[in-house]
Design a protein around this ligand. Structure first.
Ligand code: ADP
Ligand code: ZN
Length: 530
């Protein structure tokens, strides 16, 4: 048995390397994948961006049996399918009428590693569809965004409630539920509704320690919007993207208008805009061609931009789950990020309106309770982080987090001595002689042996590989900080292939370098986690 386990482990690592190019698993991934391979049902509750998808993408590649993945949005599935195909994985989705017939018959032949389906499609599929698929082999059935099954969740979708009807069609196939937010109650709902058996549960901490949380009251006036626009203008000038969430389309329009008037390049995003416009905005934002998006909750799932620096809520969301998820879109790269929530009493008066007429009793009390929790959060004098964590059933590590408005003044950001890293990056930029952008010095620090590095002889330098313990993303973000602080200098040069950015050491950086022959004594304080 030990030998079998070792074989399984090495098969997993080989697949990880071959298809995904990663050298190691994140800790929970290995455990969950092993449990799935052993036929166990699993519940995976982890932050967005933590790598949950790997849990259902890996087993089909190991067992050569199709994985069926239930996902709520076609656009999300299309993105995933495209990404997987680029990695040489046979992925497809069932849900659009035009292609369904061929896809369905190919699926039944076992032609796909991963088959995405909407919940409607899955529940409407015939017994014979499932039995042919099963005959070829099914490695698992995954339910992504599994909180949608729960009336207590913030994104309830009735179509998710019938997924247990798939169980008899897929005997002995492990069911895997995945979500980024779930209170205890929602977790219970998921287990019950999907009829999960002897479930293996993997839950990560909800603490996003790099996010500063703050709450303020406001009024929906043009004066306030102008003030907000000036703030955003200032923040954006310092770099990084900003996402502003509004509760209504009207708010989106008014806030966007105020921003544009102030000279901020901001665009609106809400369900009433055409698909084309929305996609364009999404794309521009992901590519850093657009710094500010003002959106309703319609801008949500599928955003995985790692370097959003600020999320602002113009009005309180309907629940803390929604707030946690939306605010959590900033700072995915682990660097400091800020989440401000502006609320007014009006936000909570709406609760009665939403919860009034059409809802079932259970749903109505769920909506009201969610609002109450959000209201309590807004008016609490306690640590915001502790309040959020406790809401998700987690004990806060400290009573005072030092990184929220109630624990400290907003300008009292925690500073860290980054002298050692600064010394490395500045030295390397200097080595590169101002002839390159930020990529080159970062690649040198990370120990890359790319051709351009060997051609320049940078692989022979003393700094080559010294920055391996930090990611490329981290170094780039750190470089941005040094630029903002004036240690580095960026110039633009026009070349036949377009404008390129060159980075060099600024006067302030030179002074720092020459004053720090002994790095241990130097000090360079930045609001950045080491
Ligand atoms: P989630 O589904 O939890 O939101 P994803 O599955 O989209 O997160 O993964 C987030 C990012 O992390 C993706 O870019 C993914 O390729 C990457 N990732 C996943 N697993 C690993 C790993 N073991 N090593 C490095 N990167 C990983
Ligand atoms: Zn705090």
């Amino acid at each position: 048995e030990i030998k079998a386990e070792a074989n399984e482990a090495s098969a997993m690592e080989a697949v990880l390397k071959e298809f995904f190019g990663y050298g190691s698993f994140r800790p929970f991934q290995k455990e969950v994948i092993s449990e799935i391979l052993n036929g166990k049902d699993c519940l995976v509750v982890m932050a967005t961006g933590s790598g949950k998808s790997m849990c259902y993408q890996m087993p089909p590649l190991i067992t050569k049996k199709t994985a069926v993945v239930i996902s709520p949005l076609i656009s999300l599935m299309q993105d995933q399918v495209m990404g997987l195909r680029l990695r040489g994985i046979r992925a497809e989705f069932l849900g659009s009428a035009q292609t369904d017939l061929t896809v369905s018959s190919r699926a039944q032949m076992g032609e796909f590693d991963i088959l995405y389906m909407t919940p409607e499609k899955a529940c409407a599929s015939s017994a014979s569809f499932w039995s042919s698929l099963l005959h070829r082999g099914v490695s698992l059935l995954a339910v992504d965004e599994a909180h949608c099954v729960s009336e207590w969740g913030h994104d309830f979708r009735p179509e998710y409630q019938n997924l247990d009807t798939l169980r008899p069609h897929l005997p002995r196939v492990p069911f895997v539920a995945l979500t980024a937010t779930a209170t205890h109650r929602v977790r219970e709902d998921i287990v019950n509704s999907l009829n999960l058996q002897e479930v293996f549960t993997a839950v990560s901490s909800f603490d996003r320690s790099n996010i500063f949380y703050g709450v303020k009251t406001f009024n929906r006036t043009s004066a306030f919007r102008e003030e907000l626009a000036r703030e955003v203008h200032k923040d954006v000038a310092e770099g990084g993207s900003t996402l502003i969430y509004c509760t209504t389309v009207k708010d989106v329009r008014e806030v966007t208008e105020a921003l544009v008037k102030t000279g901020v390049d901001a665009r609106p995003y809400h369900a009433q805009l055409s698909n084309r416009l929305r996609e364009e905005t999404h794309r521009a934002f992901s590519r850093d061609e657009l710094q500010v998006v003002v959106a309703t909750v319609a801008f949500g799932m599928g955003i995985d931009k790692p370097d959003i620096r600020r999320v602002i809520h113009y009005g309180c969301p309907k629940s803390l789950e929604a707030y946690y998820q939306e605010s959590g879109r900033c700072g995915r790269d682990g660097l400091p990020a800020t989440s401000w929530l502006y609320f007014t009493r009006q936000d909570f008066l709406k609760a009665d309106f939403y919860a009034s007429a059409t809802l079932s009793d259970a749903r109505r009390s769920a909506v009201l309770e969610a609002y109450t929790a959000a209201q309590r959060y807004c008016s609490s004098p306690d640590c915001r982080r502790a309040t959020l964590l406790e809401y998700f059933g987690e004990k806060s590590p400290r009573k005072n987090c030092g990184n929220c408005d109630n624990c400290c003044r907003p300008d009292g950001l925690q500073l860290h001595n980054m002298a050692e890293a600064a010394h490395l990056l500045l030295t390397t930029v200097k080595l590169c002689g101002g002839r390159w952008g930020m990529n080159m010095p970062v690649d040198v620090l990370r120990g890359s042996n790319a051709r351009k590095i060997i051609e320049q002889g940078y692989d022979k330098s003393a700094v080559h590989g010294l920055g391996r313990n930090k990611s490329v993303l981290w170094w780039k973000a750190f470089g941005d900080q040094l630029l903002i602080q004036g240690y580095l200098l960026e110039t633009r040069k026009t070349t036949p292939v377009g404008q390129i950015r060159l980075v060099s050491v600024a006067f302030k950086g030179e002074t720092f370098l020459s004053s720090t022959s002994c790095v241990g004594e130097a000090s360079l304080m930045l609001p950045l986690s080491p």
